[in-house]
Ligand binder design. Sequence first.
Ligand SMILES: [Zn+2]
Length: 431
Amino acid sequence: MQHSPEKILSDLIRIDSTNPPGNETAVAQYLKDLFSSVGVEGEVIEPEKGRGSFIARVGSGPRKILYLSHSDVVPAGEGWDFDPFSGEIKDGVVYGRGALDCKDLMAAQVSAAMELIKEGAPLKGELIIAATADEEKGGMLGTSYLLEHYPEKLKADFAVNEGADQPVLKNGKILYFLQVGEKGTAWSTIKASGKSGHGSVPTLADNAVVKISRAVTRLNNYWAENVLIPEVEKLFKDLAGLFGLDKNLIKPSEIDNFLEQLPLEKNFVEALRSMTRMTVSPNMIKGGTKTNIVPDYCEASVDIRIMPGQDCEYVESQLRPVIGKDVEIEFDEYQPATFTSSEEPYYKLMEEITLKMAGSEAICLPVISAGSTDSKFLRAAGIPSYGVGHMDKNFDGEARTTVHGRNERIDVASLNFKTAFLKQLARRYLA
Ligand SMILES: [Zn+2]
């Protein structure tokens, strides 16, 4: 019981590592003590006081797997039906902030490692457990810091991290996902200048707010060209097979038609749509100072998410004609998309184990995420990385909406499923 995933998860939830401020060192120290109790000396690396990450290594040999998770959580906010940091285990469910993002994965990774240690069967390679800080605020003090200062500590043949959607049940099948890529970001500001004047005679002035609102409307109506990367094409073909849809629709010009026909929840269909193109969302406008002054300056912030192979130059070439020549575009934050091929043997091994564990009704599919995780740093450092969201087939579908929301929780059966999957994967790869 002592090292069961639910007990470890419950302990982890009770350590409040809300970021900001983080306080991840408390999590790292807990893990250090836990590993120490089974004879493994892990280490805590602290770039700033309280912001520690934990790393432990189990086994030795040339092969290496990295099990990565993040130790911080987002603020709980108001309106919970229970204490977000109680870590209560009741009726087969563990309750609290981090139960799905991503202390569950951490507990499963750690518990799998503990079981392997206790079984004493020597591993012919290294299982690296890393619980890193700061992911929810960009990861600069966590995975990014470690890769910059101690790259050899995370170096592995491949990594398993968070990032995949939870399974979907449909037509008697259960669809498991392996995340193989993440879209990039090209966050931008569009800016317009004009000529100020009195609001009572606007025809003498040149209104910058009007210029930006026109550009914002056009951006909102803009649809980027569709792009089908091989993994998404494979995903769509498998879905077409499952639902008896015409595979000829799986080409860039017909994607939206194909998506309309998929008998899946809107949330999921829109997630699929976002895997097929750049998205552009103008989300903030600043301009003007007073009701009776025509503004001479206005700007808007635009959240742009790009596909593998797209960059700032691509974004500018697409959006320049849309915003018009009296509006400028500036890039504030750029992160290219990252990607690991599903043709790698690691993917095949994970797929094989998933299907074996979940039975004949299971299907395993590659996905790319619109959001990002620490996998972007690993992939950029040349470490193939996969996101898993494996759950038991009877998991509570309602709970999936509690990530970053209220009443976060996970069922113990799903935790056990994750743990068993990770244990088998380590055993198989490091055998
Ligand atoms: Zn997370």
